[in-house]
Design a protein around this ligand. Structure first.
Ligand code: ADP
Length: 286
């Protein structure tokens, strides 16, 4: 299985936000997309799940032309690639469990969705997803009362409810403190490693991309200017992606650091490894 962007371009008026991007991603890769603000990262991600349509070029998943899908087939694709946002996009006044179950919306009839009627299986699946993320104890709390880190974990649990083939994360840790950033990135890595779900995540911090992603795509002014492993991302490549500062020096990597690796910091165990017994998501059919 693989996913392929062919000569994908997106223009907004006269401005080319994404410019002739060619990228092929085999199923199961963990990919970080980096670049300055305005480089086109978010537009690229949004085109993959068709929140934004390409101006030209095409997007393919195996034999399906994703960029040509319409109606039910388009909704099915959007279910296959779950999206996670910087600002979590939960419904703040609804409890966490309901927010997570909303991830099933595309799987069900409109009438059931309309009245927020969920089956017992869906409830069990949602609880299992929350357990996996280590936040089952807040299931009945209103989502808006949680910390940012907890809210992003709820958003990941909701994404898992879609049984996605791909998770697209648009700056998932940009609003989080370093410890919560680590918990969220660990959760994304775990989903990638255990289920073989492709993860494509925009990141504004280079060290996070280096630590978590096997492949890094660097964008500048809408174009892909780097595509390789963290080891291949040399200082020269970093300068090509981020440009130079006003004094003409190359960019210092620490400037884009989240300082996730705080020496000696007491980090919670990876939440997914806390529960004993059978794998909850496996039980829930995820
Ligand atoms: P990044 O995620 O790397 O910060 P974006 O993809 O958000 O970059 O934006 C790339 C460029 O496209 C920017 O110049 C931005 O202003 C422009 N852009 C993005 N979305 C729109 C839109 N809906 N309308 C007009 N311009 C847009």
């Amino acid at each position: 299985m693989s996913f392929h962007l062919k000569q994908v371009t997106r223009r907004f008026g006269n401005h080319t936000a994404v410019d002739s991007v060619n990228v092929e991603i085999p199923q199961g890769q963990m990919v970080g997309v980096i670049g300055r603000s305005g480089a086109g990262k978010s537009t690229l991600l949004r085109m993959i799940n068709r929140l934004v349509d390409p101006s030209s070029g095409s997007i393919h998943f195996n034999d399906t032309e994703v960029s040509a899908l319409k109606g039910a087939a388009l909704r099915s694709w959007q279910r296959d690639c779950a999206m996670i946002f910087q600002q979590f996009n939960l419904v703040p006044r609804l409890d966490v469990l309901t927010n997570v179950m909303l991830g099933r919306l595309n799987h069900r009839s409109t009438a059931l969705s309309l009245f927020n009627i969920f089956t017992n299986d869906e409830r069990l699946m949602a609880i299992a997803a929350l357990e996996r993320l280590g936040i089952e104890h807040v299931a009945m709390q209103a989502a808006g009362t949680l910390s940012g880190g907890q809210q992003q974990r709820v958003a990941i649990a909701r994404a898992l409810m879609q049984s996605p083939k791909m998770v697209l994360a648009d700056e998932p840790i940009a609003s989080l403190d370093p410890l919560n950033a680590k918990i969220v990135m660990d959760a994304l890595r775990d989903i990638n490693e255990r289920e073989g779900i492709t993860v494509i995540t925009n990141l504004h911090t280079l060290d996070t991309a280096r630590n978590y992603c096997e492949r890094i795509i660097g964008m500048s002014q809408g174009r892909v200017v780097f595509d390789g492993t963290p080891a291949e991302l040399t200082a020269a490549a970093v300068t090509e992606i981020y440009g130079t500062d006003s004094q003409g020096s190359g960019i210092d990597e620490t400037m884009t650091s989240t300082s996730i690796n705080i020496p000696g910091a007491q980090l919670p165990a990876r939440p997914v490894q806390q529960s004993a017994g059978p794998e909850p998501l496996a039980l829930a059919g995820l």
